[in-house]
Design a protein around this ligand. Structure first.
Ligand code: NAP
Length: 279
């Protein structure tokens, strides 16, 4: 019998996982590029994570995405961790290497930056301070990316202040921590404004920080992508700001994994957005 090549498998591991848009996204790209492969959502409880990751390569998996609640825990299991994943303290993209080692990377920061470059091509991170709302896992990736591209100053406020202080300790003197109640003051002279909190997400409270100090020259982006136009983006748009929604970040963070697993760099375009929105 001839040895047929194995069909590459990838997927996303989370707990829960039913809400994930990644299967629709990767499924669209697989079809678009005519690749024989599959991308599968897998609900794996934390206590089963290590065992699942040992088994998957034996079943034909070339890699997986990991999402909540595994993004931090995975660093305890991975054999090779990229510098950016180590700096962020979390990984979202895993590669099962041929030598048996588990390689962990974090593409959220690169996805964040690619989204801004694509949808606000005139924006330059170097022109002024950035104001970041929130200090969770996504904020860490955003801050690492902002520092890498040369933002001169980062102002950060979080409801739970010690989390913002922890980011300052990890990322250094470019960061200034504001009290959550003082957060509106961060907007004065800010060139880039980013909501990394879950406020504004469907089913959560709205983002209601007063935007009086927001300047029309600022770029405003929200990591929340459901709804696409959050209250923050609508208000910023009404003030004349350039706004970028969070869906592009989700699409762009997925592209490096797809390329590593399936061998084709996928394009992020309107058809990709629509495929995910209508799934
Ligand atoms: P996380 O680690 O759980 O952090 C949540 C953040 O939201 C924390 O800063 C938290 O503040 C804040 N927050 C939650 N409820 C709040 C409230 N009622 N008032 C004020 N602040 C509140 O989550 P994450 O992974 O960073 O994700 C944050 C958001 O980004 C989520 O909506 C997620 O879907 C989105 N996201 C989008 C992308 C994308 O590709 N577009 C990628 C990653 C994440 P405390 O510290 O005080 O709790």
């Amino acid at each position: 019998m001839t040895d047929l090549p194995r069909i590459p498998l990838a997927g996303v591991i989370g707990h829960p996982i039913a809400h994930s848009r990644s299967p629709a996204l990767h499924g669209f790209w697989l079809k678009r590029y005519g690749i024989k492969g599959h991308y599968i959502p897998m609900d794996v409880a934390p206590q089963d994570l290590k065992q699942a990751l040992e088994m998957l390569p034996k079943l034909g998996f070339v890699g997986v995405n990991v999402t909540i609640p595994h993004k931090e825990a995975i660093l305890e299991i991975a054999d090779v961790i990229t510098d950016r994943a180590a700096l962020i303290g979390a990984a979202n993209t895993l590669i099962f290497r041929k030598d048996g080692r588990l390689h962990a990377d974090n593409t959220d920061g690169a996805g964040f930056m690619a989204n801004l470059r694509q949808n606000a091509p005139l924006w330059s991170p170097a022109v002024g301070p950035a104001a970041v709302f929130g200090a969770g896992g996504a904020a860490r990736a955003v801050i690492a990316a902002l520092i890498e591209v040369g933002v001169p100053e980062i102002r950060i406020a979080n409801r739970t202040r010690p989390r913002a202080e922890a980011l300052r300790a990890d990322f250094g003197a470019k960061l200034t921590v504001f009290d959550w109640v003082q957060a509106p003051n961060m907007l004065e002279g800010a060139a880039t404004v980013i909501n990394t909190t879950s406020l504004g997400m469907a089913g959560k409270s709205d983002f209601r920080v007063p935007l009086d100090a927001l300047e029309s020259s600022a770029l405003v982006t929200d990591l929340v992508y459901n709804p696409l136009k959050t209250h923050l983006l609508l208000e910023a748009e009404a003030k004349g700001c350039t706004v970028v929604d969070g869906l592009g970040m989700l699409l762009h963070q997925a592209a490096p994994g797809f390329e590593r697993w399936f061998g084709t760099r996928p394009e992020v375009d309107e058809a990709t957005r629509n495929a995910v929105l209508t799934a």
